[in-house]
Design a protein around this ligand. Structure first.
Ligand code: FAD
Length: 381
């Protein structure tokens, strides 16, 4: 996974995150997957490792590092044997907290950002609703200004970290007649009145990541918890979704890489018709082809990072990367399971879990169809 984009500092950082994943996370993932959640202390340990505020200012406890450091972190988290845990952590680092770090007032940042960076406070990003997922401009949840409060009403669904989170970054309509120009982002604390959280169980994959449904019934939110400007929330969400998609690509490509490595090990140890499975040209061809596709996916993701690093528009690169990485990761999961034969269908190996987990990335953070919809619009067709 080396690349000319990474410095010696990035390589040292990669080794420290890999060690953490191997020693502190992987030995426990079977237990956490079975429980449908992982202990909150994991966030504190990640906070101690200094990885929950990679690009955030040092004055709040962040590392003031670059997008390549984020890429390294997400790639190494992608090697955690519970991709659900990885997803939950990325919701904290690159999906919820950026709203606070990049758009929050000084008051909100002082109050909440150090806790998110240290891992004491867990975040959730709250966009999807039962009636609306891709088409966020049509969300139904409302936030009506009343004195020095907003009154929230509505339902949200599929919310990652719902059962663990302390801070919920909620998109709601402050001007329901104005479409996407009437959406605002609010920071809602867990114990707010009229705020109900129900677990959503029995997911196909991502088992260690908890998911919930939220209901707001006349929930008061202090007006000072508005993120950025009123009615600008849709644009903040669209901007932030680019980062969500980017980090998901980094995680997906490294999960796929790990599946290839596992499959090489398996093929080298499996004897069929008198020789090793890895010695058959068909197997070698399949694995080399998959490796080529993973490398292409990774390079497209690095190209997106390069654009971001230079302050250039990365929307096309991120959209292509999100669609392509999800396709490649799912193809790798399917082909690697196939090379495992019947063993690939048995939970003793990581491959069935990986197969289920990676399926989400064609849906979450914007579906593959939505990525191509965005691209087609930008192509002028
Ligand atoms: C495990 C899990 C965790 C999640 N975590 C979160 C979270 O933390 N926060 C959050 O807010 N949401 C979360 N989501 C929700 C996720 O972001 C949505 O499911 C996703 O955006 C799709 O929305 P939808 O499910 O409403 O599908 P819909 O928008 O109803 O889409 C249905 C189908 O229509 C297709 N489609 C959409 N637009 C077009 C088009 N223009 N042309 C053709 N086809 C189209 C879609 O690709 C899809 O195939 C999570 C979902 C899951 C399953």
């Amino acid at each position: 996974m080396d690349s000319p984009f990474f410095s010696e500092e990035h390589r040292i950082f990669r080794r420290s995150v890999r060690k953490f994943v191997d020693e502190e996370l992987n030995p426990h993932v079977d237990e956490w997957e079975a429980a449908g959640r992982f202990p909150k202390e994991v966030y504190k340990k990640l906070g101690d490792l200094g990885v929950l505020g990679i690009r955030y200012p040092a004055e709040y406890g962040g590392a003031d590092a670059d997008i390549w450091t984020t890429a390294v972190f997400c790639e190494e988290m992608g090697r955690c044997r519970s991709r659900g845990l990885t997803m939950s952590v990325l919701v904290q680092t690159d999906m919820s907290s950026p709203h606070l770090a990049y758009r929050g007032s000084d008051f909100l940042k002082k109050k909440y950002l150090p806790g998110m960076i240290s891992g004491k406070r867990v975040g959730a990003i709250v966009l999807s609703e039962p009636e609306v997922g891709s088409d966020l401009a049509n969300m139904r949840t409302t936030a009506k200004k009343k004195g020095d409060q907003y009154i929230l009403n509505g339902s949200k669904t599929y919310i990652t970290n719902a059962l663990q989170a302390d801070l919920f970054f909620v998109a709601a309509k402050t001007d329901p007649s104005a479409g996407k120009k009437g959406v605002s982002m609010l920071l809602v604390e867990r114990d707010s009145p009229g705020f109900l959280i129900e677990p959503m169980k029995k997911k196909l994959g991502m088992h260690a990541s908890d998911t919930g449904e939220l209901t707001f019934q006349n929930t008061p939110v202090p007006a000072e918890n508005l993120i950025g400007e009123e009615n600008q929330g849709f644009y903040y969400v669209m901007e932030s979704l680019q980062k969500e998609r980017f980090v998901s690509c980094c995680a997906m490509t490294s999960s796929a890489q790990q599946a290839i490595e596992d499959t090489i090990d398996y093929a080298q140890s499996r004897n069929i018709f008198g020789k090793k499975l890895s010695e058959y040209d068909l197997t070698r061809y399949k694995l080399a082809r998959l490796q080529t596709r993973v490398e292409a996916a990774r390079q497209l993701t690095y190209y997106a990072a390069h654009l971001y690093d230079r302050g250039l528009d990365w929307t096309d690169a991120v959209s292509m990367s999100k669609a392509f990485c999800a396709e490649v990761a799912n193809e790798v999961a399917d082909e690697c399971l196939q090379i495992h034969g019947g063993a690939g269908y048995i939970e003793e190996y990581d491959i069935p879990r990986l197969f289920r987990d990676l399926r989400l990335w064609k849906i979450g953070a914007g579906t593959t169809e939505v990525m191509y919809y965005i691209l087609a619009k930008r192509m002028g067709i």
